[in-house]
Design a protein around this ligand. Structure first.
Ligand code: UT7
Length: 324
């Protein structure tokens, strides 16, 4: 039928940063963070835990589960907005670390929706070239791009990586369809600037720095409606009703966004996988980390529909249906 996920893996940095730790950094409280976001802890990368290194370990775990070795990988795609270098891509560093000598490699940027958009690329790629094995990774170290003096954002984000190995299988499982959307008009509500330009004609008069900037309340409102719309359209197009969904794996941004989405859709909360309390918002890494945890906990049942959805900077958002 299409692109099948053969194995999943994830990797989180060792260091745990709790809400109480954040009380020492900005004017906030454990109670405010827990009740407004559902986050208790997040992981923060240290020395030797650059984005590509987390991505490499996640990939190794996914390949081990899939029974695939590095030399068999044909393509490596990393979804990220926080690689340690702008060029070469994070994917090229992963290729080097793995010794995936046959693979070509590149990054994609769709912010928090990067992994979801990546699934669609891989699905379409595999439908036209069925012999390939592809590594798709979502990896971030947003701690390196966080303004640690801004309590509106620094409490939200965390670091980590998740990966999948995908292959075309002529079986009644795999990626069913995606419904992906963007609205560049809303870019300024959630953004991160590049380093100041060395071409004076292209530089901003008042460069805001290279940290994440966010109008949280606006993002919140838009995210719920956008994900709901994408899911409803996708399911109606595919003639799949919500009752047949085995598990929903949403982008893990904020428990209140997820609760609102779940209640508007009418999906039972026990069918929604949530780990935002442990890792915060890991952007493009959040869905593959959640997918790997759900998989290793035995929550993904053969033949069931998995519904994945995301929302992020761009704005970018969407929903994808996978038959496990
Ligand atoms: O991956 C997708 C990208 N991002 C998201 O999905 C995030 C979407 N937005 C959100 O999750 C929420 O909007 C936040 C968690 C960021 C903020 O929650 P909120 O309920 O929308 O709070 P708010 O921004 O409306 O702020 C309420 C108050 C403000 O104080 P005043 O003006 O009412 O006195 C803030 O200054 O809470 C204050 N505040 C804080 N207080 C303690 C903001 N951040 C903090 C903080 N600790 N960390």
């Amino acid at each position: 039928m299409g692109a099948v996920i053969l194995g999943t893996g994830s990797c989180l940095p060792d260091r745990v940063l709790s809400n109480h730790d954040l009380e020492e950094i900005v004017e906030t409280s454990d109670e405010w963070i827990r009740t407004r976001t559902g986050i208790n802890t997040r992981r923060i990368a240290g020395k030797g835990e650059e984005t590509y290194r987390l991505a490499t370990v996640a990939a190794q775990r996914a390949m081990e589960m899939a029974g695939v070795i590095a030399e068999e990988i044909d393509l490596i795609i990393v979804a990220t907005i926080s690689s340690h270098m702008l060029m070469p891509s994070c994917a090229c560093f992963v290729q080097k670390e793995l010794g995936a000598v046959k693979a070509f490699a590149y990054d994609i940027n769709a912010a928090c929706s990067g992994f979801l958009f990546g699934i669609d690329i891989v699905d379409k790629y595999l439908r036209s070239d069925r012999e390939k094995k592809i590594l798709l990774i979502g990896a971030e170290t947003l701690s390196s791009r966080t303004n640690w003096e801004d309590r509106n954002t620094c409490i939200l984000f965390g670091d980590g990586a998740g990966a999948v190995v995908m292959e075309y299988r002529d079986e009644a499982r795999g990626v069913v369809a995606s419904n992906l959307c963007s609205d560049g008009n809303l870019w300024s509500l959630l953004c991160m600037h590049n380093a100041p330009s060395s071409n004076p004609d292209l530089s901003l008069a008042d460069h805001p720095g290279t940290h994440i900037l966010m109008e949280g309340r606006e993002v919140f409102k838009y995210a719920v409606k956008a994900m709901e719309g994408a899911i409803v359209d996708l399911l109606s197009r595919e003639k799949v009703d919500l009752d047949s969904i085995g598990l929903m794996i949403p982008h893990q941004a904020n428990i209140r966004i997820l609760n609102k989405l779940v209640s508007r859709l009418g999906i039972p909360p026990e069918k929604v996988f949530i780990n935002v309390q442990k890792y915060g918002n890991t952007s493009a890494a959040s869905i593959p980390i959640a997918l790997d945890e759900a998989n290793r906990e035995g929550k993904l049942k053969a033949d069931e529909f998995i519904l994945v959805c995301s929302f992020g900077g761009g704005f970018t958002w969407g929903a994808t249906l996978v038959r496990w």
